[in-house]
Design a protein around this ligand. Structure first.
Ligand code: ZN
Ligand code: ZN
Length: 353
């Protein structure tokens, strides 16, 4: 991963120092995967602060980052940070990633003013570079590999929980790391709850909704498929599935540079409206995926996020009927210069071939 270019881009865009506290943002900018660090990114340079446990790692990483001084502190990180901020008159802090206690402690130690800022590094993270796209694609491919084994995995699993574990194992075998969220495995009427808490219910022969993913190099995959395991599916569910599958395809077709998150959402919603199922669509259409499972941009009603080549978003319409069941189909879609490329390739049919 080319962290140096990312850091250079951020440094070039700064007019005053930014104190980066989010470990995800620090990972994005430096490759650091430890649990304690701060970055002070100034218009001319960047200072990397971490504690004694990660000194060696930080020094190693900093060697690949142009213009980065690494300061390693085994004690007194707050004093160290305050020293680095020095007498800078204005410093931006990541409002969404600091605690009140941290903020007041730093403010007590520096003469300048701390300003809340939001989404600075996150905006850089929205557009993925080639290495990031490769990692996201590999994660999506591991998800696909797990799905291709789903019939066998479901037959061998006694419960939703067991199938969830089997999906994780299958993704690991295919090169995925474990994601930081457990798979959603919902059977029968449980599928009517969009974020069903996977439990002890037996898999059975009927409706099965799986929403899961893994990471590769820290980058997430996220996909959902809804299948009917055995026999003839219920007619109501067939109709639900047809509507959601069409909605998913309409949403994917709307993904292109210049389209907004609202446009993608509306493309999905229009199909469900036609089937009189818009009321049964209980969540937004999609979200960006990267080092976090949910990140910018968003595909939802009123989203003004404008899609750009290099962004990766999910398209995941669903329809849920209490007592009957639910259907969701979720794909990861890369925005390309020409339009889009779908990263998750598993079949979307209700009944397997
Ligand atoms: Zn998902
Ligand atoms: Zn999702």
């Amino acid at each position: 991963m080319d962290h140096a270019s990312r850091l250079d881009r951020l440094i070039a865009a700064r007019e005053r120092p930014l104190l980066v506290s989010s470990l995800i943002n620090i990972r994005y900018l430096t490759g650091f995967t430890g649990t304690a660090a701060w970055l002070l990114v100034s218009p001319q340079r960047c200072l990397f602060v971490t504690d004694g446990r990660y000194g060696e790692l930080a020094t190693e990483l900093a060697a690949g980052l142009r213009g980065t001084d690494v300061e390693v502190f085994t004690t007194g990180m707050l004093d160290a940070l305050a020293g680095l901020i020095g007498d800078a008159p204005d410093v931006d802090v990541e409002a969404e990633h600091v605690t009140w206690a941290f903020l007041t402690s730093i403010q007590d130690k520096v003469p300048g003013t701390l300003h809340p800022s939001t989404g600075v590094v996150e905006r850089h993270r929205m557009v993925k570079d080639d290495d990031e796209v490769a990692a996201l694609t590999a994660a999506a491919t591991a998800g696909d590999a797990a799905f291709s084994a789903i019939a066998g995995l479901a037959a061998a699993a006694a419960s939703e929980n067991e199938l969830g574990e089997a999906l994780i194992a299958a993704m690991r075998n295919a090169g995925g790391e474990r994601a930081d969220w457990p798979p959603i495995v919902a059977t029968g009427p449980n599928a009517a709850r969009p974020h069903h808490q996977t439990g002890a219910r037996a898999i059975g022969n009927g409706l099965l909704l799986v929403d899961y993913g893994c990471t590769v190099d820290g980058y997430h995959s996220d996909m959902t498929r809804t299948v009917w395991l055995d026999g003839a599916p219920d007619t109501e569910l067939l109709r639900l599935h047809r509507a959601v599958a069409e909605s998913n395809q309409a949403g994917i077709a709307a993904v292109r540079p210049g389209a907004t998150g609202h446009d993608v959402d509306e493309a999905c919603r229009a199909v469900l409206r036609r089937y009189e199922l818009e009321e049964a669509f209980l969540h937004s259409t999609g979200h960006g995926v990267g080092l976090q499972i949910h990140e910018a941009p968003s595909a939802r009603r009123h989203s003004e996020d404008v899609l750009e080549p290099g962004q990766v978003i999910t398209v995941e319409p669903g329809a849920y009927l209490p007592g009957v069941g639910g259907v969701r189909i979720e794909d990861m879609v890369l925005v390309t210069d020409e339009g889009h490329r779908v990263l998750t390739e598993s079949p979307r049919d209700l009944v397997g071939a």
